[in-house]
Design a protein around this ligand. Structure first.
Ligand SMILES: O=C(O)CCC(=O)C(=O)O
Ligand SMILES: [Fe+2]
Length: 462
């Protein structure tokens, strides 16, 4: 189903309380002008997104084997580029970019036609057979692309970009600076006029001022995780074309040295970790084609302005009655829950928690492991810390408790017990030997001392 993305809630202006890296610094009219030519489309569900990512991995494996044509893969710092259909080189700079000869570029793979272009055509986002050039940028964390305009003498508008593997952002009116006095070269970015979120699984289209009058770039700080951008375009009919280097030769048979380099980089990209897909954006439902424009315009007109929240309706007596009739309201459970299948399975139905009408969610260690395996988490400490550092500050604070708990649960039962007893001892000011188990007790204790301890222990059984 075609749905439109509402970028508004994710575009923050100078006065917002967001960290500076999320902020768009342009005036409202500048941002509006840029946004006028931008649309976000959601046509893929979570399964589609993960399937496309697995297609990307197969493509990278193929690339590593040197099976693409000689100019189909280009490697640069923290980024790999795959050209399909048409590829180009930058030449002497702006205006002198030229197409490689189509003989040196692999054709657009079937999976891209079938799973991306075909679906875009079906959803009415693009005309049939319009897209004939696909470029895939595969960024490592911290990867970037300097400010540029997609050469207008090579590519028609609109330009479509599909983001995969992780969220990122495209910055308009923003320049990257390189400090080459340090190793590795340090890249910093100026404040962007507009920072547009590029969400995983979303196709964004660009035309007009945003593509023709202002430059765009990807800042290193916006590539927090490995990200793939699939750029779908149509070439201009009369673009300049270079002479062919080969007659359709593949890289492995043409340049062994380059193939070795490509193979190493492809292997590195295949090792990149991938988080399970979770939708992180706001959608605006579109029912009819002719509604699309209005809904979209309304939503993005002044996205930086906070919308007043509608006041919740007061629950008058009459309304309460009505709601109650409909079965809506807040109810206290006044009798214990019935045993269900899960309770039977775990023999859980008569526990004290049940008696309190409260369901405590729990799972065995095996279940937890299985769940983590399914969503790609190992439960390993390094992963937990990695996840933690890749979150926003507020989410992180909530998660700190979970991480502490996980760290605690990874200790042995014995160690956990020991720590618990130590806590009790220090809370009540007992000597460390007072609340302790027999196995931990000092074997030199006399029988009487042991009995005394046991008596004391019974008072603090939890
Ligand atoms: O990675 C992106 O989203 C933008 C890439 C881009 O602008 C380009 O390759 O021309
Ligand atoms: Fe671009």
């Amino acid at each position: 189903m075609l749905r439109i993305v509402d970028f508004g809630p994710d575009i923050y202006d100078k006065d917002s309380k967001k960290a500076s890296k999320y902020i768009s610094y342009g005036s409202p009219s500048e941002r509006r002008e840029i946004l006028d030519g931008i649309k976000g489309f959601s046509i893929f569900d979570a399964d589609d997104v993960e399937d496309l990512e697995s297609d990307c991995r197969s493509m990278i494996e193929r690339g590593g084997k040197g099976k693409f044509r000689v100019k189909s893969i280009d490697i640069s710092r923290l980024r790999m580029k795959y050209f399909f259909g048409y590829g180009y080189e930058y030449g002497g700079g702006k205006g002198s970019e030229k197409f490689f000869n189509p003989k040196d570029i692999s054709p657009i793979p079937d999976w891209i036609y079938k799973n991306i272009i075909g679906k875009m055509e079906k959803a009415g986002i693009v005309e049939k057979n319009w897209i004939n050039s696909v470029v895939i940028n595969d960024y490592e964390p911290g990867g970037f692309i300097v400010q540029h305009q997609d050469p207008p003498h090579l590519f028609q508008r609109p330009i479509f970009i599909l983001t995969l593997f992780s969220d990122s952002a495209l910055s308009f009116g923003c320049n990257l600076r390189f400090d080459r006095s340090v190793e590795p070269v340090e890249v910093t970015a100026s404040d962007p006029v507009l920072r547009l979120p590029m969400q995983r699984g979303i196709i964004t289209s660009f035309e007009g001022m945003c593509m023709n009058e202002i430059k765009h770039c990807v800042r290193p700080e916006d590539t927090k995780e490995r990200r793939v951008a699939i750029i779908l375009r149509r070439v201009c009919n009369n673009g300049p074309v270079l002479e062919a280097l080969t007659d359709g030769e593949s890289l492995r048979n043409f340049d062994k040295k380059l193939h070795k380099k490509v193979k190493k980089r492809c292997e590195k990209m295949l090792e990149a970790r991938v988080m399970p897909y979770e939708r992180s954006f706001t959608l605006v439902e579109v029912k009819k084609e002719n509604q699309k424009q209005t809904v979209y315009k309304e939503k993005v007109k002044e996205p930086w302005r906070k919308q007043a929240k509608p006041k919740p309706k007061k629950d008058t007596k009459k309304r309460k009655e009505k709601l109650k009739k409909k079965g809506v309201g807040t109810f206290e459970l006044d009798k214990p829950l019935e045993k269900d299948q899960m309770d039977m399975q775990w023999n859980f139905g008569n526990s004290p928690e049940r008696g309190q009408s409260k369901r405590i969610e729990w799972s065995s260690e095996d279940e937890e492991k299985e769940r983590n395996r399914r969503i790609g988490k190992t439960g390993d400490m390094a992963d937990l810390i990695y996840d933690f550092h890749h979150q926003d500050k507020d989410v992180r604070e909530v998660d700190i408790k979970t991480i502490e708990r996980n760290v605690h649960m990874q200790k042995s039962r014995k160690q956990r017990g020991r720590e618990f007893r130590d806590k009790i001892n220090s809370k009540f000011g007992f000597k460390s030997s007072i609340v302790n188990t027999d196995s931990e007790s000092d074997s030199s204790d006399s029988e009487e001392e042991v009995r005394a301890k046991k008596t004391r222990i019974s008072k603090f059984t939890f």
